[in-house]
Design a protein around this ligand. Sequence first.
Ligand code: NAP
Ligand code: HSE
Length: 440
Amino acid sequence: MSFIERQKNRNLIQERGIEMIKIGLLGFGTVGTGVYEIINNTENNLRRLLNKEIQVSKILVRDMNKNRNVDAPKDIFTKNPLDILENPEIDIVVEVMGGIDDAYKYICLAFKNNKHVVTANKAVVSKYIDTFLQLSNKYNKGFLFEASVGGGIPIIKPLKQSARINNISNVRGILNGTTNFILTKMCDENLSFNEALDMAKKLGYAEADPTDDIEGYDVKRKLAILSSIAFNNKTDVDSIMCRGISSISKDDINMFKKLGLVSKLVGSAISNGNNYSASVEPVLLNESSTFTTVKDAFNIVSITGDVIGELQFYGQGAGKNPTANAVVSDIFDIVTDQYKRDDFVQNGNLISTGIDLFEGRYYIRVSPDNKSDMSKVLKLMDLDKLKYEILSMNENLIVITDVVRADRIEQFISKLNMLKEEYCYMRIEEDIINLKYEAK
Ligand code: NAP
Ligand code: HSE
C-alpha cells in the first residue's frame, strides 16, 4: 500500500473513531525500517484484531539526506530527539538506534514523559536493566526488549514465565547470528573469515562495529540479560568471561573435522544455588549435538529449570525481518495491555560471575616457530600438572587435555601468553567418548 493510500485509510479510520496509537522510532536502519514496513503492511490485521490503529508518526535519524529505499513521507523524519521524547501525541518510543549513552538518555526521558518503551538494544539493556525496570514501574509504563536477545526468537517472555515457577540452573545458547554465520561458512563452504564477515555485514546481521560480534561482546550482553531474568538479579555484564572467534584458524577447523567436532560461539550461565558462573567462548561440540545443527544466522537458547526440565528455543537470530517481528510483537503486547510492569521485578542484588563451575577437556593448539618452542609449551603444561594427549607436533602443537576446571586452564593460558606464541584453545562441551582422530 502506498503512502497516499495509507493516509486516506487513516483519515477514514479517524472518522470512524478507531483509537490511534502513535509510535516514535529512534533509528531507521536495518531494524527500524523493518518495523516501519511491518506496521504499515499489517495495518488491516491490526485493525481487525485490536480495533486500534498503529502509526509511526516520527522517526529520529542522524542523516536526513540518506536514501533509505522506504516509502515514508519526508516530514516524519527528524534529527531532534525531543520531537519524539517530548511529543505528547506519541504513546510508544521504539529505540532501534543502538549505542549506549544516547540510548540510555532517550529511554529515561521517554519514561519520564509517560511513554512506553520497546527496544532491541542489548548493549543498553544489559547495562541498565535495573534502572529501566524501576522507571517502568514508577511511571506505570511498559518496558519490553524481546528483540534484544535471539533476534526473532521469542525467548524473553517465556524465560520470564519459566523463572516465575522454576529455579533456573542453566541458560545456554548460540546467541550471535554473525559469528554463527561466519563459522558455518568457514566450516561448510571453506570461505575465509573476512569473506564470511563481509557477507554477514551485507545481510544486516553485524553490529555497527562488528568487533562486538567477533570478540563476543554482543553475546556477553545478551547472556547478561538472560541471566538477569533467569536468576532474578541483575548480572554484572563486565564480570562475564568473554572470548570471541578471532583466534580460530583454518588449521583448527580442519582438525575439528578430523576429530568429529564442530566449534560454536556459546554463551553459558549456570548457578548451583550459591555461585554463578558465566562465559562466552568458542566451544567444541559433537557433530551430532542439537547445537551443531544450528547454522548460518540461526540461534538457539536452552534453559533448564527444576520443574520444567530443559526447554529449547530456535530461530533466526539476526536480520531485518526476524528482529523487527520481535519488536512489533512487543508493540502489540503494549497496545493490547498484554504486558505487566510487575511480572518481572528483580531482587536488587548484583550477580558477579566467575568460571569455576565450568570444566571439561580442552583442545589447545599452539603454533610456535620451532620444535624447541613446542617443548617449552609442553614443559609449561607439565609444570601446571595438566594431563594431556598430543594429537600433532607437526606445524602446530595440538593437545587434548584430561577433564580440568576452566579456572585452571585460564591460569595456564596466562602463562602461555608470556611465551608470545599464537594459540587457540576451546573447551569440549559434550562428552566426546570416541574422538575420531588417531593420536600421532
Ligand atoms: P543500523 O542499521 O546501524 O541503524 C541504526 C539507526 O539508528 C540508523 O538509522 C541511524 O541513523 C540511527 N542512529 C544511530 N545512532 C543515532 C543517534 N545517536 N541519534 C540519532 N539516530 C541514530 O542498526 P540496526 O542493525 O538496525 O540495529 C539497531 C539496534 O537493534 C541495535 O541496538 C542492534 O544491536 C539491535 N539489533 C539489531 C539486530 C540486527 O540483526 N541488525 C538484531 C537484534 C538487535 P542514520 O540512518 O541517519 O545513520
Ligand atoms: N549482531 C547481532 C548478531 C544482531 O549477529 O546476532 C542480532 O542481535
